[in-house]
Design a protein around this ligand. Structure first.
Ligand SMILES: O=C(CO)[C@@H](O)[C@H](O)COP(=O)(O)O
Ligand SMILES: [Fe+2]
Length: 234
């Protein structure tokens, strides 16, 4: 069935939970994942500091898995295009930090990457309904951004559901990503609510076999999606 191909769950391991001294090796440990999620933090937008453009450039040469860069930084209008040039296939900026989100999404797309916008837990989706056609993906944070290993905020499930309804209402081919606390015990609820791209840091890199953890997560998400009301009829 056509919808099955379209709605196949994508699993994006977050290298925030990997060993930063062995990044290339850790990236290769999850080959078979759909994207590698790269959390960029500037110690201003969030109280943590990770990596920047040079590391993304090196990582893009070290793995065939496409890079999904999640920018938790101030002034993404200035920096996001540089992550496309560094080799990212998808670049996510936070709407709370962007001065001109539509212009920025268009610039990311024009440079050849997928454009994605993230919402912190307290940021509602409704004011941004008209922006959705400008995006290839919307990221709903299911923890406060800044750190891996936090507990999943299940109060975000209604927002995931409402966002999926908006995507359907407008007939958009927009991916809906969730990030934060996604694990074997929470991924089914996210998929049932309407997410189709799942970031998992500690649930993948904390496992004895990260590649197997990716397969288990994808299987759980696919099964939950197959029985979800939102996926029927596509
Ligand atoms: O963006 C972030 C945190 O701000 C995430 O991408 C985390 O890295 C996810 O880690 P887990 O919650 O899955 O451990
Ligand atoms: Fe992230």
């Amino acid at each position: 069935m056509a919808w099955q191909a379209w709605h196949m769950a994508q699993i994006n391991p977050s290298i925030l939970s990997a060993d930063f001294a062995r990044l290339a090796e850790e990236a290769r440990a999850v080959e078979g994942a759909d994207w590698l999620h790269v959390d960029v933090m500037d110690n201003h937008f969030v109280p943590n500091l990770t990596l920047g453009v040079p590391v993304v450039e090196s990582l893009s040469r070290a793995t065939d898995t496409p890079l999904d860069c999640h920018l938790m930084i101030e002034d993404p209008d200035r920096w996001a295009p540089q992550y496309v040039e560094a080799g990212a296939g998808s670049v996510t900026f936070h709407v709370e930090a962007a001065a001109a989100p539509v212009r920025l999404a268009r610039e990311i797309r024009a440079k050849g990457a997928r454009a994605s916008m993230a919402l912190r837990p307290a940021t509602p989706i409704e004011p941004f309904e008209d922006l959705l056609p400008e995006l290839d993906m919307l990221l709903i944070m299911t923890v406060e951004p800044g750190f891996g290993g936090q507990a999943f905020l299940d109060v975000m499930l209604p927002k995931i559901r409402r966002t999926r309804e908006l995507i359907s209402k407008h007939g958009l081919e927009l991916w809906l990503q969730v990030d934060g606390g996604v694990s074997a015990s929470t991924i089914e609820r996210c998929a049932e609510a309407g997410a189709d791209v799942f970031v998992a840091g500690s649930a993948v890199y904390g496992a004895d076999d990260p590649a197997e953890a990716v397969r288990v997560l994808r299987d759980k998400a696919d099964r939950a999606t197959a029985s979800a009301a939102w996926a029927c009829g596509h």
